[in-house]
Design a binder for this molecule. Structure first.
Ligand code: ADP
Ligand code: MG
Length: 695
């Protein structure tokens, strides 16, 4: 029997105490097998190995205490609660329970000894702990405290931390039978000095009392880095395999066939920059090959990616075939359709916009024209790739603002375009300037071209960093700008709590600004608005019937309003530099000088000050990304995990960026070795949605 694959094959119900009901809850956490339990890693750790004297508790401490109940009573202060006072000779503390059962109440009686864990808070009557975890202990021999740091796991309603700790205990006991496969071959482990999978798992689930908690919580312990390495390696391999497969696919070769692209270039009101020319040449070369182009064009906001995409589309048209341009939102699709039309319609090329909103006869006519090939360039949202849409012959798919689409969508697109055994060329455009090592990992299935030059004549955006106390000056500045016919954005603070809180904050800001600026026409967009509602406001802003747009950070990436020349961003100290740079890119699109005001809530930490200064010093997105990476101190965890670049569980592309060169080398080593290891790794780490079909 192959014991190696055992834990991956044992369902969670094989663990003692796991019945169908619990299994269902665990499934919500993605835990189906015993192996899954082992790969469900702690979020953080608590030190409960030492019992702290109650008298030493300070506001905010999370600690274990032990003492005897002196008093237990049910009180009614607005709501019913159970108050329990315990003391240990050094002081006393009140435990406060809002939810408690009759059985609990019966246990918590005077004289009973308790060991509790929780967060100490300074309450009206001294230190208290709300809903501590607790356990009754005997007066004399209290049970030994745990001999490892206590892991806190990501969980779901109905699954207690204690339960997850029990399950991981059971799973770890099985791990000792050597029942989990280490797919990273020994050669790779040695070459990169990585601990074994078993020891890494043991350590992250049950770190010894002397473990460095800070290091663990920052995800920098070698045990965690081993797992992050493995995860990044799995993604890298999955993408490389995907690429190997697409390289075998056939595509229509699209060499230059007429002077259409030259005529297109000649009719533009500007000349391509050197960078645009270079990237267009790279694309044209790809298009000649009989295999699908898989190319990513990275370029800072405003670098002129669209026109390069239009030139590629022209190649498809020259061959009597079709190109599709997919944008992440309707508004961006409309903007592209307008640009493509302006450039291509004079050449007799039929460009059409397709969105989810078109229905009935209009929709039917568009579908018919797509199927017949009358529409040569189709611009739209993901509606372009719905079931009922058929192209006559799609040979090129262009995807804008790639980071919102995943590998999964790239695959869908490929299937959609299949025609007589050939697949469409793919061109992906993104304004997310990520450093090269990151790009090589996140886009390992793509070739990368970079437009690293802005068109001439742009007035650089002036960025200023100001404390929030200068708010009224800024409001005045908005007034002045809007009075002189210009437009402005106000981006509301980044609040994590919830959509609702975020939206309320934005409403409040909009109301305050409306009061302070009675003559300014103000619009508001936020994430809770329906797409259509949002687009109405954005369109009004675009058309100039609104002067000031108050928004949460949802302002559409890529929206072009050249008349907007002032951008105010609140709580800038809490945002990632890349995000700030993207937001700032909404202005500076016209010829007037634009300003971006970064408001912060003081006091700023030295590192936060330095980070904001980066934006003041440079307008270059790649430089911003590089400095961001450099300055991203530990604890500032706004990593790429949140940006959706990749679906990562353990690794963080930013935090673990230094692993990437090794990951790339390891993947090359493994691609030359047994494929079974690769399939095993990919299966373990890469989500089904992202996974390539054959793996
Ligand atoms: P992005 O790369 O952010 O998508 P766009 O393609 O929207 O940028 O281009 C931004 C603006 O610059 C557009 O108005 C476009 O017409 C213009 N543009 C593009 N290339 C050039 C160029 N070489 N010279 C002058 N303007 C250009
Ligand atoms: Mg764009």
């Amino acid at each position: 029997m192959n014991t190696a694959a055992l834990l991956a094959e044992r369902p969670v119900t094989a663990l003692r105490g796991v019945g169908p009901a619990l299994a269902e809850l665990l499934a919500k956490l993605g835990l189906h097998t015993v192996q899954d339990v082992l790969f469900h890693l702690p979020l953080r750790y608590e030190d409960r190995t030492r019992v702290v004297p109650i008298g030493a508790l300070r506001n905010g401490d999370r600690a274990v205490i032990e003492g005897e109940i002196q008093l237990a009573e049910v009180a009614f202060r607005r709501r019913r609660m159970l108050l329990v006072r315990i003391a240990d000779g050094t002081g006393f503390v009140t435990l406060r329970f809002f939810h408690f059962s009759a059985a609990q109440q019966a246990q918590l009686v005077r004289g009973q000894r308790l060991r509790c864990f929780g967060e100490a808070r300074l309450g009206p009557g001294g230190i208290e702990i709300v809903h501590p975890e607790y356990r009754r202990v005997l007066a004399d021999a209290s049970g030994a405290p745990p001999d490892c740091l206590t892991p806190i796991y990501p969980t779901t309603e109905g699954v207690q931390q204690g339960r997850l700790r029990m399950l991981t205990d059971l799973a770890l006991a099985e791990l000792s039978q050597g029942a989990i496969q280490d797919y990273v071959p020994p050669g790779v482990l040695d070459a990169f000095d990585l601990p074994s999978l078993e020891s890494a798992l043991r350590y992250v689930h049950r770190p010894p009392p002397d473990a460095n908690v800070t290091e663990l919580e920052e995800g920098r312990h070698p045990a965690q880095r081993r797992l992050a390495f493995e995860e990044l390696l799995a993604h890298q391999l999955s993408l490389r395999l995907l690429r190997q497969e697409t390289d075998k696919d056939a595509a229509w070769s699209l060499p230059r066939k007429s002077d259409l692209s030259e005529r297109c270039l000649a009719s533009l009101p500007f000349q391509l920059t050197g960078a645009q020319q270079r990237v267009w040449a790279e694309i044209a070369q790809d298009l000649e090959r009989p295999h699908p182009m898989m190319r990513l064009v990275q370029g800072d906001v405003g670098s002129g990616k669209t026109v390069v995409a239009a030139l590629a589309a022209v190649r498809a048209v020259e061959h009597g075939a079709q190109a599709a341009v997919m944008a992440p939102t309707e508004l961006l699709a409309e903007q592209h359709a307008r640009n493509f039309n302006a450039w291509l319609d004079p050449l007799g090329v039929r460009v059409a916009l397709l969105t989810g909103r078109q229905t009935g006869k209009v929709r039917a006519a568009l579908e018919a024209d797509l199927a017949s090939g009358a529409i040569q360039v189709a611009v739209g949202t993901h509606a372009l790739f719905q079931e009922d849409i058929a192209f006559q012959r799609l040979v090129l798919a262009i995807v804008d603002e790639q980071h919102r689409f995943g590998v999964h969508q790239r695959l869908q697109l490929r299937e959609k375009g299949q025609h007589e055994g050939r697949f469409p060329h793919q061109l992906v455009m993104t304004a997310t300037p990520i450093p090269r090592t990151l790009a090589m990992t996140a886009y390992a299935d793509l070739d990368v071209s970079i437009i690293d030059e802005l068109p001439p004549g742009r007035t650089p955006i002036k960025t200023v960093v100001l404390p929030d106390t200068r708010r009224s000056d800024i409001v005045e500045r908005i007034d002045t700008a809007c009075r002189s016919g210009r437009q402005a954005y106000w981006v509301c603070p980044l609040i994590e709590e919830s959509d609702l809180v975020r939206y309320e904050a934005a409403e409040k800001t909009a109301a305050q600004l409306a009061e302070a600026l009675p003559d300014v026409r103000i619009g508001l967009v936020h994430g809770r608005m329906a797409g259509k509602q949002k687009d109405t406001v954005m369109t009004a802003f675009k058309q100039g019937t609104l002067d000031l747009l108050v928004a949460t950070t949802v302002i559409e990436v890529g929206v072009d309003v050249p008349n907007a020349s002032l951008m105010v961003i609140e709580n800038a100290e809490r945002m990632g530099l890349a995000q700030l740079h993207q937001l700032r890119g909404r202005v500076g699109r016209g010829s007037v000088e634009s300003t971006c005001v970064l408001l912060y809530q003081g006091p700023l930490s030295p590192i936060a000050r330095e980070r904001l200064a980066v934006l003041r010093e440079t307008n270059d997105g790649f430089e911003v990304a590089r400095r961001d990476l450099e300055l991203r101190g530990p604890g500032e965890l706004l990593g790429t995990r949140q940006t959706g670049l990749m679906q990562l569980r353990v690794a963080d592309l930013i935090r673990d960026a230094d692993l990437l060169p090794d990951v790339q080398r390891a993947s090359a080593l493994m691609l030359g070795g047994p494929q079974a290891n690769i399939a095993g790794l990919v299966g373990r780490w890469v989500g089904a949605g992202e996974r390539f079909r054959n793996v």
